[in-house]
Write a protein that binds this ligand. Structure first.
Ligand code: GAR
Length: 202
């Protein structure tokens, strides 16, 4: 399965996918890594792995729709079967999503539908939940509202800061994302309403 990964930051989730994809039995080829900004470690990780990269910045486009279209065209050029948002911090609009109908996966550092958005870890900590975690989901037109593929839990400690909690979530998140992307590649899936079944071909 050809996969394009989108990143905005450090790219540790990307690295986990790159490492997994080194084994042909994993069933995934990461054909490109795209970003919405320059100079990030996520892009450097891709370059070190010999994976093509591209950057599409919002500020270089007249509006968000033009940016969506430009990003979609860059991604389409690599003919992916699946697009994975791995710490990609922009909302993908309809102009992007219609071109990749049901084939965009995102990972989020909270147990959706709780704590969507850009501050999932801080919001969960501030709310006082005792258990949080991470969610892999298909992307729809909402903010972190698409059908859920997998989730893993992480207990909140009394001593946690946003950073310490996020670090433990990311350990689970990397393993979850590697498992999810590999299974989607090898076993296919169906989506029935909100319910995702991996291993049941559509
Ligand atoms: C991950 O925890 C990911 O879930 C989060 O950013 C981190 C990226 O880490 N994404 C979001 O919060 C999206 N709303 P990484 O760059 O080391 O993979």
């Amino acid at each position: 399965m050809r996969v394009v990964v989108l990143v905005s930051g450090g790219g540790t989730n990307l690295q986990a996918l790159v490492d997994a994809a080194a084994d042909p039995a994993y069933g995934v080829q990461i054909v490109a890594v795209g970003a919405d900004r320059d100079g990030i470690e996520g892009l450097a990780r891709a370059e070190r792995a010999g994976i093509p990269t591209f950057v599409v910045r919002v500020r270089d486009h007249r509006d968000r729709v033009a940016w969506d279209v430009a990003l979609a065209e860059e991604v389409l050029a690599f003919e992916p079967d699946l697009v994975v948002g791995a710490g990609f911090m922009k909302i993908l609009g309809a102009a992007f999503l219609t071109r990749f109908d049901g084939r965009v996966v995102n990972t989020h550092p909270a147990l959706l539908p709780s704590f969507p958005g850009a501050h999932g870890v801080a919001d969960a900590l501030a709310y006082g939940v005792r258990v949080t975690g991470c969610t892999a989901h298909f992307v729809d037109a909402g903010v972190d509202t698409g059908p859920i593929i997998a989730q893993r839990t992480v207990e909140v400690r009394d001593t946690d800061t946003e950073e310490s909690l996020h670090d433990r979530i990311k350990v689970e998140e990397r393993a979850m994302l590697v498992e999810v992307v590999g299974r989607l590649a090898r076993e296919s899936w169906t989506v029935d309403g909100r319910r995702v079944r991996v291993g049941v071909a559509g």
